[in-house]
Design a protein. Structure first.
Length: 488
């Protein structure tokens, strides 16, 4: 079986290297190494040890995964020819060393045998130099593939593989999405060796330090300032649990799912208002209020032992993946209409053949009337119960208006109520035909009326007059003024 001996060069110079590792390196004719950029390599070269590095591979690729895959491919070619070779990497072979992980995959597939001969990890030296205890919570992450959402801000954080200014810049930008720009971090280089450097800098200067190299790691101390954790979901969950807890707020403690219903509806409408105003700052605030309602309901569920916010998140995540097979599976779609069709079919399969007595039964109760009418008509249209032309709709509208007028003449209040509903239902049908959202259109008119009426009030107030004192003709004149101002 072809064999690769994998050796860790340690975190610093030869003084840190175990004797057994040193002897193995000295006895080899040639050592293959991921990089020559290591103090132990420099010293061993002076003692006559021959190294063949893969530094040149880094210049041939734009991203690190390709670099590592190419190195492994060339190592396998070498061992095919020589049957047994030694491959040396910085630090410990099983700590932050992607090429070794790729070699382990090759071993599992039976292509090569690996012998991990050890080496000193930089971590012990990091703990010593930084005076930190990892038992308090410590996260070690790769700077070349760092993502915003994996960071544990309340733990000690050590970011490795920060080779150069480009990686440091990416790390900085990722950290600045979660931390203040001036948050103090430590750049640790060659820890535990005679060349050790610990440089403290504000986060925004991370990529401006010139000592970045193959032995550099970045240490992020745990966040202890409460305000810096306000953007964390875990902090929000903690706050809501505290409000509902024994020493919390009496108002929050007494709330139930039923008592919160009206507030949820109010907050959703305020979100819609912020969207209509195109006010991002207001939208952020109102979306936060909707999230607050979700968190309160989730905490009530957790307090009662039925469900938690994790169940809510897990459920919606699973549903989004299940209902988007064109994104997370192998289904192909050509346009948005196919997405909706697939969604409805998957939803139908989930509920089973006997789940609904009517195609309209899935429409939520308590919707605003115009919105409910739109959904009812859309559901019916899917099975062909719909006009395919506007002309009969306009005729139906005239018919319903005529019937309404007859009931006015008869002074039949109950029938007037019914006929007016019929008129509105036909108007929704027309809106749907012309691809206009009836609910949104009426909201728009409401806002327009409020704006114009507000102009009338302000104009009369400036003249020292009250709205209630004016005639309809005078008010209508002011209304026309408001319209002219809008047009201009």
């Amino acid at each position: 079986m072809k064999k690769i001996n994998v050796i860790g060069l340690g975190a610093g110079d030869l003084d840190q290297m175990p004797l057994g590792i040193y002897r193995h390196l000295k006895n080899e004719q040639v050592i293959y190494t991921r990089t020559n950029d290591h103090p132990a390599v420099t010293e061993l070269k002076k003692e006559g040890v021959e190294f063949r590095s893969y530094d040149h591979i880094y210049e041939q690729h734009d991203e690190f995964q390709s670099v590592y895959e190419t190195i492994v491919k060339q190592l396998l070619q070498e061992v095919d020819a020589k049957k047994e070779i030694t491959y040396a990497v910085p630090g410990h072979p099983l700590v932050a060393e992607r090429t070794v992980q790729l070699l382990l995959e090759e071993e599992r597939s039976g292509k090569v045998e690996l012998s991990i001969l050890g080496g000193q990890s930089f971590l012990d030296a990091m703990y010593t130099s930084l005076h930190i205890d990892p038992i308090e919570g410590c996260q070690i992450v790769d700077g070349t593939v760092l993502t915003r959402d994996e960071l544990e801000l309340t733990h000690h954080m050590i970011i490795v593989q920060v080779y150069d200014a480009m990686i440091a810049s990416d790390v900085k930008l990722t950290l600045m999405e979660r931390l203040p720009d001036d948050y103090e971090v430590t750049i640790a280089t060659a820890v535990g060796s005679r060349d050790e450097q610990l440089v403290k800098v504000p986060l925004f200067e991370l990529d401006r330090v010139t000592t970045l190299n193959n032995l550099t790691a970045v240490y992020i101390p745990p966040v202890t300032k409460e305000e810096s954790l306000y953007g964390e979901f875990s902090k929000l969950r903690e706050v809501i649990a505290t409000l509902r807890g024994p020493n919390g707020c009496p108002w929050d403690q007494k709330q139930t799912h039923e008592s919160l219903k009206k507030y949820f509806i109010e907050e959703v409408y305020e979100v819609i208002e912020a969207i209509d105003e195109e006010d991002d700052e207001h939208l952020v605030e109102e979306l936060g209020d909707v999230l607050l309602q979700i968190m309160l309901h989730s905490q009530i569920g957790e307090d009662n032992g039925y469900f938690s916010v994790r169940d809510v998140i897990s459920g919606v995540t699973e549903k989004m993946i299940r209902r988007h097979p064109h994104v997370f599976g192998e289904v192909s779609v050509n346009h948005a209409d196919e997405v909706v069709s697939n969604w409805d079919e998957i939803k139908k399969q989930e509920k089973g053949p006997q789940a609904e007595e009517s195609i309209l039964s899935s429409i939520p109760k308590g919707l605003p009337a115009l919105m409910e009418a739109t959904k009812v008509q859309k559901k019916a249209a899917k099975v062909g119960f719909d006009w395919d032309d506007a002309a009969p709709m306009w005729m139906k509208l005239q018919e319903e208006i005529g019937e309404f007028m007859l009931e006015i003449k008869a002074n039949n209040r109950d029938n007037m109520h019914k006929e007016l509903g019929d008129i509105l239902f036909v108007v929704v049908n027309l809106a749907r035909f012309y691809n206009i959202d009836a609910e949104d259109a009426l909201h728009s008119t409401n806002r327009k009326f409020k704006k114009r009426f507000g102009y009338i009030e302000n104009a009369l107030q400036a003249e020292g007059k009250a709205v209630s004192e004016m005639t309809l003709e005078e008010l209508d004149q002011k209304w026309e003024e408001a319209k002219q101002i809008e047009d201009n």
